[in-house]
Write a protein that binds this ligand. Sequence first.
Ligand code: IPD
Ligand code: CA
Ligand code: CA
Length: 277
Amino acid sequence: MPATHRTETRDTDPSALRAIAETLARDAGQLVRDHSGAHDMRPEFADKSSATDLVTEFDRLAEDHIVSELARLRPGDGILAEEGATSASTTGTTWVIDPIDGTTNFVYGLPTWSTSVAAVVDGITIAGAVYAPALGEMYSAASGSGAQLNGHLIGQTTSPRPLDTAIVATGFTYRRELRVAQAALVGLLLGAVGDIRRLGSAALDLCMVAAGRVDAYVEEHLNPWDVAAGLLIATEAGAQVSDFSGGPANPSQLLVSAPQLHAGLLEVLAQRDLSTR
Ligand code: IPD
Ligand code: CA
Ligand code: CA
């Protein structure tokens, strides 16, 4: 994240920042949906880190919209965005942005893609929004105020859930050499849980845990923009988050689950063969 040199202060009320994140995510997501809907064909795409890591003109359109709105609404706030926008913060607040999370789904016309916007104040995410235009779903959270789906509070229940019936979402990096180890991890999980889902948007995977639509989510090798908003949404909904050893969650290693399942999932993850990593 760009270095912060605080020279001015600005409103850091989590609810106010959530409202901004929602507006930015909704407007950018709708811009993408409306403009891409004007083309009847699959959007043109280019490769990024590998032949399967795609970027379209719409990723850039969404990012440009969010960045220019932030320059107008919050001059001095920092930016960290997937398609390259970056600026240092002079206020202590930095916006972490994935303009389209799930670009492959977007290119193929699958509905699970989202725009993710998070406000990070002094290194802590305090507000975020994940908007999925093709699902008509806005997930958001403000620190201490809970998580919402389309304006209604969502949360994890505490009722017991057996691990061997749990539905666990996961995802895979674009780096083929790391996917072999990720496949082994899925093998371990399949032996212990009910079933696996691969939705194709890390931000939405986290929101699905928040909404109780999957019981857990496990992924490695992500970036801050994939998870900044979604992690706050999951946490505010009452999900438990950690790395694979029970330490602090981070984009390179993430276990997010219903609290009753966390210890059992950590035991499963502890069995992975470290020699393949
Ligand atoms: C990807 C998605 C996917 C995850 C990948 C991410 P992108 O983001 O979140 O679910 O498995 O690791 O890179 O490239 O569509 O923004
Ligand atoms: Ca992403
Ligand atoms: Ca992206």
